[in-house]
Design a protein around this ligand. Structure first.
Ligand SMILES: Nc1ncnc2c1ncn2[C@@H]1O[C@H](COP(=O)(O)OP(=O)(O)OP(=O)(O)O)[C@@H](O)[C@H]1O
Length: 234
């Protein structure tokens, strides 16, 4: 569960990126975060990744209070989250297989396990045939699938995706959304930041709208506003 409790973030420039934002995302939810440029979406993502610290308020992920997390634990915490970006961020000089395997190698997963886990993950994202290819030999949609496979290989509870379809055409964007939905059906909590109204409407999921640092709308949630209020008042 992700619990954001009265969080504000003011940058050194005086820019108030988030103003007293409270939000709960339950295990297993699929949530879109939308809002125009500068509304605070990426700031929220960076706070969740503990790349930034809130100016005020508290963030808990799976009952861990990020503000009290020892520095040495942060890399391990981040590895527990799957992250996907608009620009894929693959290793250009490594194959598809190696890009996914790398995430396991760095945490010391034995080679014999990787030999089984990577092909299985590539099957899940529909890229079994391309395991030997290099990123430059793949389409944008395929590169994003590799990035998703890499994000999921260590079995995170939460997948955070920042504009995952921003560089894709409409067909590939739909395919990636379908894949994220499937991943969510398998039990992973999925949080997607996007500008695409079309995709958001089609998916029929919870949509959190941000504007100038506050949440202006939260629809389609299976947590009622009453429950949210109860939670924060108790
Ligand atoms: N490092 C920074 N220093 C100062 N101000 C910042 C910094 N990063 C973001 N901001 C400001 O904080 C506000 C929120 O920015 P943020 O990047 O979170 O918005 P966003 O909703 O993700 O926008 P976009 O959709 O364009 O990515 C903006 O006013 C932005 O200019």
């Amino acid at each position: 569960m992700i619990e954001i409790d009265r969080v504000s973030k003011t940058y050194e420039t005086g820019n108030k990126a988030l103003k007293n934002v409270s939000l709960t995302i339950e295990d297993g939810e699929f949530v879109f975060i939308v809002g125009r440029s500068g509304s605070g979406k990426s700031t929220l993502m960076k706070l969740l990744l503990k790349e930034l610290e809130p100016t005020k308020g508290r963030i808990k992920v799976n009952d861990m209070d990020l503000g009290r997390m020892p520095r040495r634990y942060v890399p391990k915490y981040r590895r527990g989250l799957g992250v996907v970006f608009q620009d894929f961020r693959l290793l250009k000089d490594r194959t598809v297989f190696e890009n996914v395997a790398f995430a396991q190698r760095v945490i010391g997963v034995p080679g014999r396990v990787i030999k089984e886990s990577v092909p299985e993950m590539l099957r899940m994202v529909g890229l079994s045939a391309k395991y030997k290819a290099y990123p430059r030999q793949l389409s944008g949609g395929e590169q994003q699938r590799v990035a998703i496979a890499r994000a999921l290989i260590n079995d995170p509870d939460v997948l955070l995706a920042d504009e995952p379809t921003g560089n894709l055409d409409s067909f590939n964007a739909h395919e990636i959304m379908r894949l994220l939905d499937e991943i969510n059906q398998r039990g992973t909590t999925v949080v997607v930041i996007t500008h695409s109204h079309e995709l958001v409407e089609e998916m029929g999921k919870r949509v959190i709208t941000m504007d100038r640092g506050i949440i202006t709308d939260d629809t389609g949630s299976y947590i009622t506003p009453e429950r949210q209020r109860f939670y924060y008042e108790n």
